[in-house]
Write a protein that binds this ligand. Structure first.
Ligand SMILES: *[C@@H]1O[C@H](CO)[C@@H](O)[C@H](O)[C@H]1NC(C)=O
Ligand SMILES: *[C@@H]1O[C@H](CO)[C@@H](O)[C@H](O)[C@H]1NC(C)=O
Ligand SMILES: *[C@@H]1O[C@H](CO)[C@@H](O)[C@H](O)[C@H]1NC(C)=O
Ligand SMILES: *[C@@H]1O[C@H](CO)[C@@H](O)[C@H](O)[C@H]1NC(C)=O
Ligand SMILES: *[C@@H]1O[C@H](CO)[C@@H](O)[C@H](O)[C@H]1NC(C)=O
Ligand SMILES: *[C@@H]1O[C@H](CO)[C@@H](O)[C@H](O)[C@H]1NC(C)=O
Ligand SMILES: *[C@@H]1O[C@H](CO)[C@@H](O)[C@H](O)[C@H]1NC(C)=O
Ligand SMILES: *[C@@H]1O[C@H](CO)[C@@H](O)[C@H](O)[C@H]1NC(C)=O
Ligand SMILES: *[C@@H]1O[C@H](CO)[C@@H](O)[C@H](O)[C@H]1NC(C)=O
Ligand SMILES: *[C@@H]1O[C@H](CO)[C@@H](O)[C@H](O)[C@H]1NC(C)=O
Length: 505
């Protein structure tokens, strides 16, 4: 508390303490996803076109492109991988040998050999969404099959659920059956619910799962309004029909109402990333990645790495932004204001949230996100009073009376040339133009395999903290010129006492 001047009233002290300590959320139910899970899933780019070759090539590219060492751990196989059940073998699921000629355990082994985790897909229904055999009624058998294969992650969908939905208890019970079955195998398997926000999974998900989808499927578009994805207004969280074709604006709006449900071990899942799939501009992808990190969504990439462009690799490789996602406090940023109103096609928004202190004091860092949904660039303002409103209303938070470093989390984005050199150096891309120098390329970027984000933040690694662009003085305003359909993302750090005195003169 040594940054604070004067005396605080006891009530204010309690408020500050509550903020400093973060939410006292329960720990992960199974010890997994202590921070939001990271990885890659084939669905957004490839749909049903799955194969051993596709998965293993992507696993190798994710290693070569340095993404494994940035924390992307799970290689997740989505729908369309089986040929049904084997009635001569206790009805176990059988992998499609034309797609997976060596079987699924061999895929898991190869992925593990690269130091990555293997994710698998099934469905809490009679069929999967693609019409393949579902796991409803076969939970124990399928969980054991997955564990036997060496699966580390299960994405569990909601199609053909035989009408077992409609209230929270019914959905909870259906999803809990698989949760219990996974637990009974004794193998740690991250459990990712995919029931599209039906029956308010954020109310019950954290006791049985590590994440839960909050909306219909994302698609590669910024635009908020799409008739196929209903619920874009102020009651977006209370959505009877999840729909599909949900834009990133629509999903962010849905998330804004339930941010408090995100906690260590149990996350609001805003769906897989679309960065790299070509439907959005660079500014839009920067905003998309910033939003997903600030809201503590799992960061599951969903692009075709065989044709990634350097700019998109640079977005996915931004360790300063990933450090927001992987912050040890595990507290989602919250929307502080939106203009003109939720559900409008063109909005401006300000989000902020607590990050663990990197100043060594007891004051949290803060993440600040300014989103510009207008068609022209705009100067957006975030006042300290609004940024710290959780610590005291209308500018009464003690942090408002302090000075803060404003650190731009996109300033140190890798150049396209560096990203191109990394792409060129990958043999998995069939594309080695720099000899056997692949491991040298990218040297100097953050390596989360070597030093976890938690440790890196404790060490105040500059690669994680962003670049100081200004200082905001007491009662001041963070200002940024934000591109159309773009976002600015900052880390605020308390100015050390000595420096602060100078700034205030
Ligand atoms: C089904 O299981 C039986 C008994 O284990 C086995 O002999 C057979 O090869 C299996 N069939 C398929 C398609 O996996
Ligand atoms: C089927 O399950 C039973 C009981 O777990 C087991 O004893 C038997 O070996 C299994 N049969 C096959 C073909 O896997
Ligand atoms: C099973 O659940 C218990 C109780 O929640 C937990 O302590 C344990 O880690 C879980 N085991 C696995 C393998 O998920
Ligand atoms: C937050 O950082 C402090 C040191 O600044 C450290 O002692 C603490 O363990 C961190 N909190 C979490 C939840 O990691
Ligand atoms: C932010 O503040 C600047 C001046 O300080 C002003 O010109 C601008 O219009 C403000 N932006 C918004 C969106 O109100
Ligand atoms: C990447 O390779 C292409 C040829 O495939 C070459 O033209 C380009 O200069 C290389 N770029 C870098 C940064 O190595
Ligand atoms: C190799 O690098 C070039 C230039 O970045 C790229 O266009 C191409 O898709 C990469 N892969 C292959 C297999 O050539
Ligand atoms: C290897 O990579 C480093 C760092 O990018 C570069 O300085 C060096 O010239 C490269 N060496 C060769 C032989 O390409
Ligand atoms: C990251 O660190 C790990 C463990 O020290 C090391 O094996 C790996 O080669 C490093 N990656 C890069 C790109 O330097
Ligand atoms: C940002 O900070 C990094 C790490 O300290 C530094 O290497 C880089 O040159 C800085 N970039 C800019 C644009 O200031």
């Amino acid at each position: 508390m040594h940054f604070l001047h004067g005396s605080l009233k006891p009530a204010a002290t309690a408020l500050v303490l509550a903020t400093l300590l973060g939410s006292s959320s329960a720990a992960s139910y199974n010890g997994l996803a202590v921070t939001p899970q990271m990885g890659w899933d084939n669905w957004n780019a490839f749909g049903c076109s799955v194969s051993e070759e596709l998965l293993l090539q992507h696993a190798q590219l994710i290693v070569d492109y340095g993404l494994k060492d940035l924390g992307y751990h799970y290689i997740i196989l989505d729908d369309c991988w089986s040929v049904g059940r084997n009635s001569s073998a206790n009805n176990t699921l059988v992998a499609d040998l034309t797609k997976f000629p060596n079987g699924m355990a061999a895929v898991a082994d190869a992925i593990h050999a690269l130091g990555l985790g293997f994710g698998m897909y099934s469905d809490a229904g009679k069929y999967t969404c693609g019409g393949y055999a579902g796991s409803l009624g076969y939970e124990a058998i399928d969980a054991q099959t997955f564990a036997d294969w060496g699966v580390d992650y299960l994405k569990y969908d909601n199609c053909y659920n035989e009408g077992q939905a409609g209230n929270q208890l019914i959905s909870y019970t259906r999803y809990k059956t698989m949760s219990d079955a996974l637990n009974a195998t004794g193998r740690p398997i991250l459990y990712s619910l995919c029931n599209w926000g039906e029956d308010y999974p954020w109310n019950w998900g954290s006791t049985i799962a590590n994440s839960w989808r909050i909306s219909g499927d994302v698609y590669d578009s910024w635009s908020l309004i799409d008739a196929r994805c209903p619920c874009d207004g102020i009651d977006a969280w209370n959505c009877g029909l999840p729909g599909f074709h949900c834009s990133i604006g629509n999903i962010l709006n849905k998330a804004s109402f339930i941010v408090s449900k995100a906690q260590s071990g149990g996350w609001n899942d805003l769906d897989m990333l679309e960065v790299g799939n070509g439907g959005m501009s660079d500014d839009e992808y920067v905003a998309h990645f910033s939003m997903w990190a600030a809201a503590k969504s799992p960061l599951i990439m969903g692009n075709d790495f065989r044709k990634i462009i350097p700019a998109d690799l640079a977005i996915l490789s931004n360790a300063a932004v990933i450090a927001v996602s992987q912050d040890p406090l595990g507290s989602s940023a919250a929307r502080r204001w939106i203009l003109p109103e939720a559900g409008s096609q063109f909005t401006q928004q300000m989000w902020s949230g607590s990050l663990n202190s990197t100043t060594g004091g007891d004051l949290n860092d803060m993440v600040v996100m300014l989103v510009n949904g207008m068609e022209t660039s705009a100067v957006l303002n975030a006042s300290l009073a609004d940024i710290f409103v959780d610590s005291g209303p209308a500018g009464t938070a003690p942090q408002v009376g302090m000075s803060w470093e404003v650190r731009d989390l996109w300033a140190n984005r890798m150049s396209d040339a560096e990203a191109q050199a990394i792409i060129n150096a990958s043999s998995a891309a069939g594309n080695v133009t720099t000899g056997s120098n692949a491991t040298q390329v990218g040297y100097g970027r953050y390596n989360a395999t070597k030093t976890s984000y938690k440790e890196g933040l404790l060490n105040r690694d500059e690669l994680l903290l962003g670049n100081v662009t200004s200082t905001v003085l007491p009662s001041g305003t963070v200002q940024a010129t934000v591109a159309p359909h773009g976002a600015a993302l900052f880390r605020l750090r308390a100015v050390p006492t000595g420096t602060r005195k100078r700034d205030e003169l």
